[in-house]
Design a binder for this molecule. Sequence first.
Ligand code: DP6
Length: 298
Amino acid sequence: MKATAVAPANIAFIKYWGRKANRIPYNPSISMNLSVCETTTTVEFSSELTRDVITRGFDSARIVEHLDRLRKLAGVKKKARITTENSFPASSGIASSASGFAALTVAAASALGLTLSERELSALARVGSGSAARSIPDGFVKWEREYAYSLYPPTHWDLRDIIVIVSRRTKKISSSEGHDRVKTSPFFTRRLDAIPGRIKRLETALKTKNFPLFGAVIEEECLDMHHVMQTQDPPLFYWNEDTRRVIDAIQDLPAHYTIDAGPNVHVFCEAKNEPLIVSRLNEWELIINKPARGVHIV
Ligand code: DP6
């Protein structure tokens, strides 16, 4: 009753911000899995354990709650030992909860002998952490309501996500708390009205590999989500001075940015332009990702 799963983090082009019960999102989101930012999780169920033992993890109560869901499905009462390794700093706005809950879901399901489809695994991961639903399928992924599915395999478009680490500090307010306050922003309904058109433009950009259109949409979407975050009650300001400096540094280059719930900047470019963009960002620590496959058992 032991299994190990590796799951990629993912970066959203169209963001998940705001949710209903059971982490059903207010709007569809679209993302890309990251090749370098991964979580590896081993789950072992044992009748010798009297409680769940979690070696590392950002929120053990949430992890135990998620294991209970899986135990209930399998009709198993045994406790588990969970070991987790991240290849990147946790809680820095790189989605550690996405890769974390995707790896946990798939490792636990496998250790319990559950045979579940990709959609069922994605829906289960979603209840643990919304963005985790998108780390289950391969490559470029869309999540509409219950589960996420692949739009294109990782080989579809050779993009780079150059993550510029401007801070390794843990964020003060988790995105989970932020989601619950989204309706306090006067701009939230306006955001929801704009999403369908933005999704259409992004899907065209992905299909035709139109980088300028792709860049225009992801920047517009990033600024829109942060506008909502900053006008919530309490307001959420995730950027720092270097966040702005990175945006300024790439203005005249064939590169575009997006930012999640943290100060670090995800700079996108096409593979052929990677050396040029990297040379402009050399004062910061960089993590360079390619599109990646989804979660897998190792
Ligand atoms: C800003 O998936 O971390 O990264 O469902 O509470 O775990 P929970 O929230 P989470 O929210 C991610 C928000 C975001 C945008 C995105 O990844 O789409």
